[in-house]
Ligand binder design. Structure first.
Ligand code: NAD
Length: 337
């Protein structure tokens, strides 16, 4: 048991975060303070003598927020996620705030969800489930296609892309991959790297697993859609900004895109992770997307397995402990700055 005095303030926290972090904290005995609100300039008064702030995917850590946190003597930011597109790392560096993330918590959790989306869109199990419950045993409209011998394009072959490519390979599909760095392990099992153009042109299904950075912003846009096969299936479990949503809606209306599965959405911070069932949703774009019969939206749940939550909590607290002790990190990729 480590007995180290540290206060960590959580934003966007849910009951399941508290459950897993409280359990992991038995080893550290930090003081953990949980708030369910998003982090932004409007909630900074909630922070009272905190050493660290623990944030999630839709918390905004821009220069203004980081500066205010620094004035409140916050020394560390712990992102309890893999992506780090929501933090201004330059500003954090300038302010001397150290930042960590959880680089590879159960990549299989996200990869398996991507495959679940493919199977649901293809075999329409969500529709079959509802039909049978209403004693409608007809098959009309439920026809799918074999994944066997289809071509699946994987963009980004890091931790999650590798796990996904292996699962897809298990279905007997041909796998094409694009990344700025090729992975020998995938090549050894027969996965072919190719240009983005070739991947767009050849793939029946395209699954996105690259980070959201300037180079990948709106990677799926009007021009790239035009290069894809008619009836292509696009799956995005990475970050909403990889897709130009308006272009994708047009692609669906033109019947160029045959299926779309998204676990992430460009404007998700106003929607995801809460129950809005009694609310009038003002975002017409998501409403339009959800109106298509061949679109499946899940609300950023790809990571959401017990194994992943356990690893997220352990790695996050472990990293904060090492920041404070200034000693070696078990997982150096966890440290961003
Ligand atoms: P990773 O860092 O292990 O892999 C990312 C890969 O993308 C790397 O191989 C990198 O070389 C590649 N890449 C970088 N720039 C590229 C470009 N311009 N074109 C093509 N490839 C490029 O990350 P990961 O753990 O596999 O996670 C991938 C993404 O998944 C994260 O950035 C995160 O946004 C997202 N994610 C989503 C969820 C969820 O719940 N939906 C959970 C975890 C992660």
């Amino acid at each position: 048991m480590y007995l180290y005095e540290m206060k960590v303030t959580f934003f966007s926290s849910k009951p399941y975060d508290k459950e897993f972090f409280d359990k992991a904290n038995k080893k550290f005995n930090f003081e953990l303070d949980y708030f369910d609100t998003h982090l932004g300039p409007h909630v900074l008064n909630l922070i009272d003598h905190s050493d660290a702030v623990c944030a999630f995917v839709n918390d905004k850590l821009n220069a203004e927020v980081l500066e205010a946190l620094s004035k409140k003597s916050v020394k560390y930011i712990a992102l309890r996620c893999a992506g780090f597109n929501n933090i201004d790392l330059e500003a954090a560096k300038h302010l001397g705030i150290r930042v960590c993330r959880v680089p590879a918590y159960s990549p299989e959790a996200v990869a398996e969800h991507a495959m679940a989306m493919i199977l649901t869109l293809n075999r329409k199990t969500h529709k079959a489930y509802n039909r049978v419950r209403e004693q409608n045993f007809a098959l009309n409209g439920l026809m799918g296609f074999n994944l066997y011998q289809k071509t699946i394009g994987v963009i980004g072959t890091g931790n999650i892309g590798v796990a996904f490519a292996k699962i897809a390979k298990g279905f007997g599909a041909r796998i094409l991959a694009f990344d700025i760095a090729e992975n020998q392990q995938l090549k050894d099992i027969g996965i072919e790297y190719c240009s983005l153009e070739h991947l767009f042109a050849e793939s029946d299904i395209i699954s996105l697993h690259c980070p959201l950075i300037e180079a990948t912003h709106h990677l799926i846009n009007k021009d790239s859609i035009r290069k894809m096969k008619k009836n292509v299936m696009i799956i995005n479990t990475s970050r909403g900004g990889l897709i130009d949503t308006k272009a994708v809606i047009q692609g669906l209306k033109d019947h160029h895109i045959g299926y779309l599965g998204i676990d992430v959405y460009e404007q998700e911070e106003k929607l995801f992770f809460r129950d809005l069932s009694q609310t009038i949703i003002e975002d017409d774009t998501i409403q339009r997307l959800m109106s298509f019969p061949n679109v499946l939206v899940t609300a950023h749940q790809a990571f959401f397995t017990a194994e992943a939550l356990e690893q997220i909590a352990n790695t996050t607290l472990e990293s904060l402990y090492h920041f404070e002790k200034s000693n070696d990190f078990e997982n150096p990729n966890a440290v961003l700055i």
